[in-house]
Write a protein that binds this ligand. Structure first.
Ligand SMILES: CC(C)(COP(=O)(O)OP(=O)(O)OC[C@H]1O[C@@H](n2cnc3c(N)ncnc32)[C@H](O)[C@@H]1OP(=O)(O)O)[C@@H](O)C(=O)NCCC(=O)NCCS
Length: 152
């Protein structure tokens, strides 16, 4: 067992329920995860996303405390990992890796062979985490978007 790694058997990985919404937002605030409270991450938008067959929105729970989240999805060609966060007191124990592995397995089962994630250029910690989980950085690609609204 690695240094700092605790037994994860008491961590429950389960589907997000809409009743978790307030706890989810509290987790993202604690984790300092950037999210879109007036756009994609507004309660009704998440509720709509959850109904899609491509949505893999999971949380990690310990003693009924919500301590981790991940939103996996795919567009038919590529899988995407979004909203990965672990509460500060529970980091470096393998919880993110467990959430990512679960999403990867489900995406592979859906026939998706490539999984991507977007990381802000200042978030070098997260880059290291993804590299340790086997993800490769592409410096030859620039992200372009067109937005219907500023906060979408
Ligand atoms: C990124 C984050 C989700 C990682 O969660 P975590 O549960 O601590 O990660 P894990 O314990 O599963 O670690 C996975 C691997 O990354 C490594 N790692 C974890 N935190 C790290 C850090 N800050 N710097 C470098 N490596 C790190 C672990 O050692 C492990 O590698 P190993 O298996 O080779 O030992 C967490 O730090 C977080 O919530 N950050 C703020 C939100 C955020 O930036 N999310 C990502 C948006 S793209």
């Amino acid at each position: 067992m690695k240094l700092n790694q605790k037994n994860l058997s008491d961590i429950l990985i389960r589907e997000l329920r809409m009743t978790d919404y307030d706890k989810l937002i509290a987790l993202w605030n604690k984790a300092k995860l950037l999210y879109k409270p007036e756009g994609r991450d507004r309660q009704d938008n998440i509720e709509r996303e959850l109904k899609k067959p491509t949505a893999i929105f999971l949380v990690a729970e310990k003693n009924e405390e919500l301590i981790g989240s991940i939103f996996g999805t795919h567009d038919g060609r590529k899988g995407w990992i979004n909203r990965l966060a672990v509460a500060p007191g529970y980091r470096k124990q393998g919880i993110a890796a467990k959430l990512v592995k679960e999403v990867e397995n489900r995406l592979f089962d859906m026939g998706i062979g490539i999984i991507a994630c977007l990381i802000e250029d200042w978030n070098t910690e997260s880059m290291e985490v993804f590299e340790k989980m086997g993800y490769k950085q592409h410096n030859d690609i620039t992200y372009y978007t067109k937005r219907r609204f500023v906060d979408v």
